[in-house]
Design a protein around this ligand. Sequence first.
Ligand SMILES: [Zn+2]
Length: 249
Amino acid sequence: MSTTGTGTLAPVPVSQHRVVEATGKGRHFEEFLARAEPLPELGECTAACCYRAVAHPQTGLCVPHAQLWRADGRPAGRAFSQWAARVRQPVDSRVLSLRGLPELVRLELVYAIGCRAAEQVSVVTGGMRPWIDQLRAAAVSSLTEFDLDELSCVGDRHHVRFARFSFDRVRLAYADPDKEQAKDIWDLRLFGRAGRRRLDFTDIRQPWLREAAKRMGGGHGRSGRRRSPRPPHRLALRTVGRARLWPRW
Ligand SMILES: [Zn+2]
């Protein structure tokens, strides 16, 4: 805002019309400042993913979401609620919003991001944001419900690699070594082996011999006791109540 040499308000942009209304034509700026009171808070943006303040009281949206709302044809009523629940988050290199996602998905993503950081793989927000927005738009209750084939047409982008990484690590976290031994192809990470090595028993055609090989591969001796303890890396994600997870890592 600027003042003229006489101390009265100069013409102001439309966005400052409330200041003009409060001061009135011809009043001194200092008089306005002495009597000015803070305007009521407008609250946070209506978009489920958003962390910004409302800039447009008519829609309850922040500036970037108001732009997206107009670009998407100004949905209203029920269409607006659905749009607000699934619209993408603002682009900000310092913020990654998990808002608007179910608690289980948020925990899965935090776990995946932690794995990624531990493995010294990039965790820049731009490399994760698009897939997180896709999860929100797909309304999944667990990221393992997302069909990764939907990303096959995108190519080898950062967020696609993050999606595959997250899916793999979360799936591994949920896996049970005992159930894995019933399969014909094992993921050896479940048994404490580093890397992504697999053990494939499908070449053994005789069922009895295949099962015998599995028992040997699973570390069971003749007594049937497991020789090695459960792998230390195995994540325990336990359900508590309705789909509440408690990651222990
Ligand atoms: Zn917003």
